[in-house]
Design a protein around this ligand. Structure first.
Ligand SMILES: [Zn+2]
Length: 334
């Protein structure tokens, strides 16, 4: 929808050249518009839809549902990749600077946003930090591991994974709906209606999860990956164990925590170890080898695979798949 001047393009080109040296391949950016890349300055190519750029999958999914036909949502993450190590490419910057709305998870999940927010403000992009309405969990509130673990990094102290709790997802939906209504008041009724429907579905999801998890034998999620379900666990009265001390999969897992997980399985007769999406489940595999338990996916919905995106997978579907695996792994009893 937006048109940009030539100075802006020159800035991007310089920025692009500077960035090109540090990037490897250029992944295709998935978008819900098969016609492809936006070229806002080209004559005759103007798209009247509101252009939204979303970082992680949940806000991409919510924005496309709420926006419907009036919004084009560009998904920034290359599908199939680990989300915590994402850095924007020059192409991504072009998309960002020419967007009407930018939806991001927060500085904890996307530290690279710190340096670009002022540029986006200059370009008149509506910047929406979706963590602004969320009270973030700290590591202390979240962690049930070894008390001797050291946490030096300030940024590691807060858990960025709030979207895994459907109640936090509802807060995100409210913010995205308000943002779209603000930038495009003409279609506000449509956004309101789509947002309300999505919230009703999320409330139903919340009820279904609460009801099912009240009937499981075990109340502890044993995870072989970095743990993205702290908010979820708090919401549904679960405990959790993970071999990672922080909130990123890029750190090394702590060996004593892997031992603790194996011991816990042997002592409690736990049936499953959960692994995360899009990451080689090597820790979970070691635990399976040692204990013979089942390995089940607990999809954190940071990002999705190309197949999932192409098949139209939604956040809500991912969470229902998770619920099935949790019922199996924690011993659901009718
Ligand atoms: Zn994560």
């Amino acid at each position: 929808m937006k048109r940009k001047g030539t100075i802006f393009l020159i800035v991007i080109m310089i920025f692009g050249i500077a960035l090109a040296g540090c990037t490897t391949d250029e992944p295709a950016i998935p978008t819900d518009d098969p016609s492809g890349v936006e070229t806002p300055d080209e004559e005759g190519s103007e798209d009247n839809r509101i252009s939204v750029v979303a970082t992680l999958f949940p806000q991409y999914d919510f924005a496309r549902i709420i926006g419907g036909e009036y919004v084009e949502v560009r998904y920034l993450l290359p599908t199939g990749t680990e989300a915590h190590s994402y850095e924007p490419t020059p192409q991504d910057m072009v998309a960002l600077l020419s967007a009407d709305v930018f939806l991001y998870t927060g500085e904890l999940m996307e530290p690279w946003t710190v340096n670009i927010v002022s540029n986006l403000e200059d370009e008149d992009v509506m910047i929406v930090d979706l963590s602004q309405d969320i009270s973030l969990l700290t590591l202390e509130e979240n962690d049930h591991g070894d008390e001797d673990d050291e946490h030096d990094d300030e940024e590691e102290l807060y858990d960025p994974h709030y979207w895994t709790d459907p109640n936090m997802a509802i807060i995100m939906v409210n913010r995205i709906t308000e943002s779209l209504m603000g930038i495009d008041p003409e279609n506000r009724d449509e956004y309101q209606e789509n947002g309300d429907k999505l919230k009703a579905d999320l409330e139903e999801l919340d009820d279904d999860i609460r009801e099912a998890l009240a009937k499981t034998k075990s109340k502890t999620i044993l995870s072989g990956g970095h743990f993205a379900f702290g908010y979820f666990a708090r919401q549904y009265g679960l405990e959790h164990m993970s071999p990672y001390t922080g909130f990123s999969p890029n750190a090394e897992p702590a060996p004593q925590r892997i031992t603790a997980l194996i011991n816990s399985i042997n002592e409690t007769g736990a049936m499953a170890i959960f692994h995360e999406e899009l990451i080689d489940p090597k820790v979970a595999e070691v635990i399976v080898e040692e204990t013979g338990v089942k390995m089940l996916l607990l999809h954190g919905a940071h990002n999705i695979s190309k197949e999932e995106l192409d098949s139209g997978k939604t956040y809500i579907e991912i969470m229902y798949d998770n619920l099935e695996n949790l019922k199996e792994g924690l011993g659901y009893e009718e």
